[in-house]
Design a protein around this ligand. Structure first.
Ligand code: C2E
Ligand code: MG
Ligand code: MG
Ligand code: MG
Length: 287
């Protein structure tokens, strides 16, 4: 009896694994086609100055829009893109597109553009040169570009790979490119990564923002405030992610956090909407 149940479970497990593998293969095929067929798009989310309401920059967020379909969010396909190495080409496409848009926005409003990068891209030895070449091609001042990295990207790397990634980031930073540590506070050793990695900007994860205004979240508030202060004392710029309510924005401003990002200000939108927002700056009037 027990033996049979075990066998059945193993069979079920096998079937699930097979199904997962089939799905992965299908996504990988789709991603290859998407690159050729130009099915990727960048959406942009404003990063807002909490004191003035001005847009200080935007973050590029990748979407896959299969023909005739709805936009697919990155969590559904980035892992496969990383496994297959397709992220290297997809990432270059994103960098190129973001810099083209950044040129326009920086020229008219002086704002910065942040692009998310995976560990797989950073491990590629040509990455640093590729970034500098794209900036040059678009005649963009280097400080206009921020690369967003996460500590989790270093989890699966060997010490040698980690050293090379740090070297690449250090070199880009010496050239003026800004580095942001994304999703800060969610990993196992955020503080040690903060010491290891060359960074300019700290993005506090939205799991700290959501409970910020709950009556019984003294501890979250103390944590968030401490990170904001730590960031400032290290001379870093702080961005708080996932600001959804006016109350959260108020608490954060009182804590001394200069910048926020979240649905309160805007969800990620198509590039044309950013053009409109920059022309109108609607929340400047509201603030
Ligand atoms: P992230 O870089 O931490 O981006 C923030 C995510 O939070 C985005 O999800 C954004 O849409 C969402 N968000 C923004 N404001 C709010 C809010 O107020 N409330 C809530 N609940 N969510 C909010 P998205 O666009 O699905 O991206 C997910 C992740 O995918 C990103 O997290 C980033 O790690 C990764 N990603 C996005 N674009 C790229 C890319 O071009 N390359 C790479 N390698 N990764 C990317
Ligand atoms: Mg990010
Ligand atoms: Mg984040
Ligand atoms: Mg994230």
């Amino acid at each position: 009896e027990a033996k049979n149940a075990g066998k059945n479970q193993i069979a079920l497990f096998d079937a699930e694994l097979r199904a997962a593998r089939v799905l992965r293969t299908r996504i990988a095929t789709g991603l290859r086609r998407a690159l050729v067929g130009e099915e990727f798009a960048l959406y942009y989310q404003p990063v807002v100055d909490l004191a003035t309401g001005d847009i200080s920059g935007v973050e590029a967020l990748l979407r896959w829009i299969p023909e005739g379909g709805e936009p697919v969010r990155p969590d559904a396909f980035i892992p496969v893109a990383e496994e297959t190495g397709l992220i290297v080409d997809i990432g270059l496409w994103a960098l190129e597109q973001a810099c083209a848009d950044a040129r326009r926005w920086h020229g008219s409003h002086g704002i910065t553009v942040a692009v998310n990068v995976s560990g797989r891209q950073l491990r590629d030895e040509t990455f640093g040169d590729a970034v500098l070449a794209v900036l040059e091609r678009h005649e963009l001042p280097r400080h206009v570009l921020t690369l967003e990295i996460t500590e989790s990207m270093l989890l699966a790397t060997t010490p040698v790979e980690t050293a090379r990634i740090v070297e690449t980031l250090t070199r880009l930073r010496e050239h003026g490119v800004r580095i942001a540590l994304d999703d800060f506070g969610t990993g196992y050793s955020s503080l040690s990564y903060l010491r290891t990695l060359p960074v300019d900007i700290l993005k506090i994860d939205r799991s700290f923002t959501t409970p910020l205004t709950d009556a019984d979240h003294q501890r979250t508030r103390a944590f968030t405030k401490t990170i904001v202060e730590l960031s400032a004392s290290l001379g870093l710029k702080t961005v708080v992610e996932g600001v959804e309510t006016r109350e959260q924005a108020d608490v954060l401003r009182q804590m001394g956090s200069p910048l926020g990002q979240g649905y309160l200000f805007s969800p990620p939108v198509v590039a044309g909407r950013i053009d409109e927002m920059l022309r109108a700056t609607p929340w400047k009037r509201a603030a």
